[in-house]
Design a protein around this ligand. Sequence first.
Ligand code: ADP
Ligand code: MG
Length: 466
Amino acid sequence: AVWAQILDKMKEQLAPTAFNWLNPVQPLSLTDDTLELGTQNEMSKEWIAGHYQTFIEDAVKAVLGGPKVVQLTVMAEASTAGQEDAPVVVEAKNEKPAQGTLFPEGGAEAHAEVVAEPHIVAPGDNSSLNPKYTFDTFVTGKSNNFAHAAAMAVADKPGKTYNPFFMYGGVGLGKTHLMHAIGNRVLKNHPEMRVLYVSSEQFTNEIIQAIQQGTSDKFRQKYRNIDVLLIDDIQFISGKTSTQEEFFHTFNTLYDAQKQVILSSDRPPREVERLEERLRSRFEWGLTTDIQAPDLETRIAILKNKAQSDHFSVPDDVMVYIASRIDSNIRELEGALTRVVAYASLTKRTVNTDLVAEALKDIFPNGKAKEVTMDIIQEIVASYFKIKIEDLHSKKRTRNIAYPRQIAMYLCRDLTETSLPQIGQFFGGRDHTTVIHAYDKINQDKETDNRLKGILNELIDRIQKV
Ligand code: ADP
Ligand code: MG
């Protein structure tokens, strides 16, 4: 555990956020003069080389008593996935990697043999929960409010409210996050409870192993002795007959004992193919809820949250810019922000929209500016005047709100093809005459008011850069 000691040493000198980068690093080999470390992808390699190389070398010197060259290597993806045990897989896998589009270079080709301890940080319990995924770090909005509320209810009274609790939604929308959040909350409130999180793949593998090795009793003992069982991406048991058979019994045992079962899937039970009817109907016994793709406001909130927790300082318009272009997958959204910050730091430039366009040119579809929408206008106006988007929809009539609202309406009329009644509707259900009045007023004022003219130009500029 030399590497653990080195990490400890560095903890004294580095900010906690540095460990977001350093924790996934794995020691690969140690010779007389070189310590080889594996990183997850090219970007983290560059980042670590640029920021922490000398810290690592100093710490190595302190721990090992002599100077060493620290050499960074990008590891193959599989060796960093953190598999607890990788038993034989007999049934066909149909899982596509959920990640990887954002960082195409992410350790795809480079290979390095792992020689040192693969698991340096041992988990504190055996629930397999990720402590980072909590309700506190989960941003809510229209798209996930319901799932979030239901998840909280389940976490507060496991086995007593919705059983099973079935969440579904597209890739990167927060299902796994919510599952861990439930588990973490249960354990916080009831440390004595047995909580187990597994991917459906791991669950399948364990069943197959149990069958092959004749250890079904052990398997049953493990899975039927649980208070809260969370199985992620249950759609992958599709077509796997023996897994479904075994899970049916596990489910019944837990359910009859009023133990909580929580499942996630990329689609509702009805749409999971080759799933036994008796399982499908059981999945629907409790509560089924979906998570939708987040709206712009929520995406911005997620970015702000991430920037804050990672201590990134990123201007608002940059967040709007990123959030308005990556509109489905939250993992990619967060990845984009990380990439932008890393890019700025590596090139020693400030974070602005030009830099973002450059840093993310691979992931923005053909670099084309998106159509201006009322969402974008509202967001930019609200952030410019430091008010909330809700204020633009509200009935408030104080000047610090009514004026930005009129400006936003004016811009919607000027920059989009939307009709007057639609604009009125979008601004908290106002009448189209209100929109006309706002438009005329701003249009007139700007002829004499240079300050207003400047503000409008600035806003239009920001909107068109999005
Ligand atoms: P899924 O399981 O639905 O594919 P994840 O739960 O893995 O998605 O989410 C992908 C990433 O996005 C994770 O890093 C997660 O923390 C983050 N994320 C998703 N939804 C939210 C949210 N509402 N607030 C904050 N972070 C989120
Ligand atoms: Mg997931």
